[in-house]
Design a binder for this molecule. Sequence first.
Ligand SMILES: Cc1ncc(COP(=O)(O)O)c(C=O)c1O
Length: 358
Amino acid sequence: MIGRQTIAKVHLEALKNNYRCIDLLAENSKTIAVVKADAYGHGAAQVSRALAPMVDAFAVAFFDEAYYLREHDITHPILLLEGPMSCEEIRLARALNFWLAIHSAQQFTEVMSLPVTQRPTFWLKVDTGMHRLGVSVDTARALLRTYRAELPADMVLSTHLSCADEIDNPFTQQQVTALKQLADEFDLPISIANSAAIQTLPSAHGKWNRLGLSLYGASPSAACAGKHLMPVMHLEANVIAVRTIQAGEFVGYSQTWQASRTSTIATVAIGYADGYPRHAQVGTPGYIHGKTVPLVGRVSMDMVTFDVTDVGPVNCGDKVELWGNNVAVETVAQHANTISYALLAGLSARVKRHYLSI
Ligand SMILES: Cc1ncc(COP(=O)(O)O)c(C=O)c1O
């Protein structure tokens, strides 16, 4: 064996299971698989190929990500969530079967000025309160009135929820109501729901729902837990050194952790250059030999250290799970004051991906 064994095992059956489970929650909707950011770090080509027989469309952030999928034989429609970056992209979209999230009046007039035979499929993105992307409700209404007679039959009104993961936040319902009123006025289909809203807010289900995070087995909030999701990524790394230190001695940069007893410290081959969070606190769990162990000391660029005193013998070459079945990625995220999205999408190219089909 040659090379560092820092590996993200990607379980494609778990991925398909998650898609099926979530898709069943919204019987009257179609579920778009969101595979932007290299499928949240899982590998966009492999993930999309695995899902291709069961999904109707994919979504990515921008043109280059969609083009990458075309280069990897994905023939489904691909929605560009960030919309076109230029008129050229608008003109190329139809031939490539890219669907565009049109988010400004200028883009809308540009796309509508194309002859029908050259016009790509597009959605009109409406800003119902997130104030990130989209035309205001008033601008959308004005555009839809102006173009009422020529609106394409497959046009969708979409919006993005700012607080979908906060189950009791009344702002979400305001956003849903704003989009639905507009859609009713023009008899248009809608797309609102992301992972959290698909699982907790049936009123946000539309013709299309956009499933990202939970496809990969992570829950955007506690309210979404227990939906039979399976973690798709299992991140593991090897122990590369084991040492005993005495009570009073320190571990790692800046001496942030001091042993209170004689302790066995395992050094593990993963660090922040791999995407393991630099700000993971002391106590962030790892999993070795059937036991949870606490991270001690600071996360370095290439290594981390765990206190394995209570585990029994630990040797070089032993595997540590950083997240996966036994350590939820959400738990690691909480200990690092971040979110599971950032951990998954931030896993660097240095970590080898191994794809498992069973
Ligand atoms: C516009 C849009 N729709 C859908 C999603 C998917 O959201 P989630 O990963 O929470 O399911 C995202 C993710 O950031 C998004 O930006």
